[in-house]
Write a protein that binds this ligand. Sequence first.
Ligand code: UGA
Length: 434
Amino acid sequence: MKIAVVGTGYVGLVTGTCFSETGNQVTCIDIDQKKVEMLTNGEITIYEPGLEKLFLRNLKEERLVFTTNLEEGIKDAQIVFLALPTPPGEDGSADLRYVLGVADNIGKLLTDYKVIVDKSTVPVGTAEKVHAAIAKNCKVEFDVVSNPEFLREGVAVDDFMKPDRVVIGTSSEKAKKYMSDLYAPFVRSGNPVIFMDERSAELTKYAANSFLATKISFMNEIAQLCERLDADVDMVRRGIGSDERIGKRFLFPGIGYGGSCFPKDVQALVKSSTEVSYDFQILNAVMDVNEKQKLHLLPKIRKFFKGDLKGKHFALWGLAFKPNTDDIREAPALYIIDALLAEGATVSAYDPEAMNNVKSVIGDKIQYAESQYDALTGANALIIATEWNEFRTPDFLKIVSNLKSKVIFDGRNLFEVEAIGELGFHYESIGRPA
Ligand code: UGA
């Protein structure tokens, strides 16, 4: 099929590349000329494991092309995906300016039937707004479909190629046929394509992310309780996760959820609820718990250093909001850095992928180390903020020889409490005995 993808951000680039991988002819469109030039020249603009190989292969086969020209880009397409940003506005609601702006332009350019697909996370009712924006200037038949994406950063290619489910919101039989044909190669394993109305599809995305965020905040509160009741959250997690109704995944306590999706989507769903006079109480609590959890290590650190962090130097492992990404949006590490610096401490950080991004935001407020071990030199303690695999079985002898004292505050529960205690470390983690 012939596909156009408007917006070559994270979702757009993964979507375009993966559709070209199954043999479709894909044109990706972006207003950012520099980005389009880079992509055309084979320079990938995001870090996502496994994506570059697919991107280069399909670029070479000319199944994947990039342009800044919307008219040219959508001309031959049967399906046009909108993968545009929906940043939170000042009041927390999703800002639809980019989505509706492009819809407006598409309306002026349509000359034959096309399916226009909302891939961005958008509030309930957006498909109708996109439809109206296109219809304003358009004389030909078209359909607007809601097809939310459920990709996780770091495993996005796998999530796209082998989705647990594909959700498609449309009331048009014609659009339904186009979308079924397009997704057929991705659901050969038997995972479902779930058809529904546009509004339910839009809400499904917010409900999924909000439910997962709730699961995390719930476990973070159980971890808080474990610390006060001398219980071990790892045991409780395994104990409840074996119940299939609860499930083993997404039960890991830590220093809060971050990233570009959960914080924004939970907030937007609360805002949408308020607009229809519904007080979504659970989600307000989920947000509150998460705000506090991001700084959960701080009281522990303060207590250990008897309330005085002035002049103390900390090694920080991990800056990205989670492993396998260079994304630092709403990363707990940044909140920890702010708090430490405000109390007069200094920080030397290491992250395998995210250091350049942090540098472009906070510059030289902290030091950036060449390796995880270099970060430790002269530090009073090590703080772990992201569970990169390379932090999981480190060389403890090197840690001991570089750190000033054997102290670790672990926001991701990477080590066995007993084993690390035997090595002589003062070790504090989340929801487990100190
Ligand atoms: C999330 C969803 O998982 C995707 O399905 C969705 O498509 C995406 O948002 C989106 O809306 O675009 P992502 O933000 O990439 O994906 O990250 P996740 O892997 O879901 O992790 C989110 C946060 O939860 C991270 O900060 C992570 O550290 C935290 N987390 C996750 C925990 O604290 N505990 C867990 O057990 C799992």
